[in-house]
Design a protein around this ligand. Structure first.
Ligand code: TYM
Length: 376
């Protein structure tokens, strides 16, 4: 199942090959999140969030400018989103958990975009109702992440299209086909809906400014695959009198197979938030690991946590305590911790998380309406 030998491809719709994050910083023209930047963030957040401390968020554009503005007393809005094409997996939760942290620390309003239009346009078999159904289902995961209902608005693209379209046409008029073709790899056979769509994903960057008349900066936490959207949006922003949106980019949570990001297209290597806990446990049990072929070899030579999804899930999501994480790493490398035992340890944490998250998803049904943007 390894795709490590393939050439690296990172677009909003395809992520394959071995991901070289330093090369992406260079090719996409972003800035690495340096120690100095982390120190600066720490002044506002206190102890650094796990995802910053452990390098899961690794790159940015204009985050220093956002902090300049904030320190000068200006507010900024947060913007992130989801393309509703199926159930949410724990990889999607990574940027949402971090966005909630930023909302808690900076008290920012959040626009969360559900691109039911995008998913309808790229999946030949989808009807509008298919992606709308997933959008409303996935909104429960967004709410379960714990965002502040008073400061969070979930935009349903098709239903909120009136407000979005007025801004999208302004954006679209200033982007040429040759630009989106080069940025997104569109071809002669791409449908014209998806060619227009980048203008729609740009809109929430400018929404607060449009709705309030105050020019408000916007910060977008997301994985690096969404970056092509921000490149075209940043080119257009000054032409329309808006600030360029800033970004903070995360890496991909790997799937449970050998190599590759967690992706719903390989469901057996994904932990979906709606998986019954025992199903998730079974997937974890069948996962690829950095272990040796036999117990004897593992005891003698130790495992390799740095290629192991089981360790990565601890690292990125499930083991907050740096001391305990270090101990897990050392026990694995010394051969004391065997893969079976580690899988069981992780499965317990994941099951506990799923039970809690699924309760929150149920409760979210009662408050969903409060979260909807409904500016039509
Ligand atoms: P989508 O639904 O592909 O992904 C939702 C969010 O999850 C991130 N992501 C991951 N993060 C960590 N590990 C992974 N394995 C992983 N897989 C996906 C994505 O980067 C994204 O942040 N077009 C967008 C929807 C959208 C959006 C936005 C996303 C509209 N506006 C603004 C981010 C910010 C999409 O299809 O996301």
């Amino acid at each position: 199942m390894s795709n490590d030998d393939e050439e690296m491809v990172v677009t909003p719709w395809t992520v394959s090959g071995k991901i070289d994050y330093s090369r992406l910083v260079e090719e996409f023209g972003t800035q690495p999140l340096t120690e100095d930047m982390l120190e600066r963030i720490k002044k506002h957040t206190g102890e650094l969030h796990l995802q910053l401390r452990r390098g899961l968020f690794f790159s940015h554009r204009d985050l220093d400018w956002i902090l300049d503005m904030y320190e000068a007393g200006r507010r900024f809005v947060l913007y992130t989103g989801r393309g509703p094409s199926g159930p949410v997996h724990i990889g999607h939760l990574v940027p949402w958990i971090f966005t909630k942290h930023l909302q808690d620390v900076f008290g920012s309003k959040l626009y969360f975009q559900m691109t039911d239009d995008e998913k309808f346009l790229i999946h030949p078999e989808f009807t509008l109702d298919t992606s709308k159904g997933f959008a409303y289902d996935n909104a429960l995961d967004v709410i379960a992440t714990g965002f502040d209902p008073k400061k969070t608005k979930i935009i349903m693209d098709v239903e909120d299209s009136g407000t979005l379209y007025r801004i999208a046409v302004q954006v679209a008029k200033r982007i040429t086909f040759s630009t989106v073709k080069a940025t997104f790899g569109f071809t002669e056979s791409s449908n014209i809906g998806i060619i227009f769509f980048p203008a729609i994903q740009a809109v929430p960057c400018f929404l607060e400014t449009e709705l309030t008349g105050e020019n408000v900066p916007c910060l977008i936490p997301a994985a690096i695959d969404q970056d092509p959207y921000w490149r075209v949006t940043r080119d257009v922003a000054p032409k329309l009198g808006y600030f360029k949106p800033a970004q903070i980019h995360c890496k991909f949570l790997p799937g449970l197979g050998k190599g590759g990001k967690m992706s719903a297209s390989i469901p057996e290597t994904c932990v979906f938030t709606t998986d019954p806990p025992e199903v998730a446990e079974k997937k974890i049990w069948n996962a690829f690991t950095g272990g040796k072929p036999t117990v004897e070899e593992q005891r003698k030579l130790g495992g390799d946590p740095y290629i192991c999804p089981i360790y990565y899930y601890e690292y990125y999501l499930f083991e907050e305590d740096d001391g305990k994480l270090k101990e897990i790493c050392e026990r694995c490398r010394s051969g004391e911790l065997l893969c079976g035992e580690h899988k069981m340890m992780l499965a317990e944490k994941v099951k506990k998380f799923l039970v809690e998250h699924q309760k929150k998803r149920e409760k979210a049904k009662d408050v969903l309406d409060e979260f909807l943007f409904k500016n039509r």
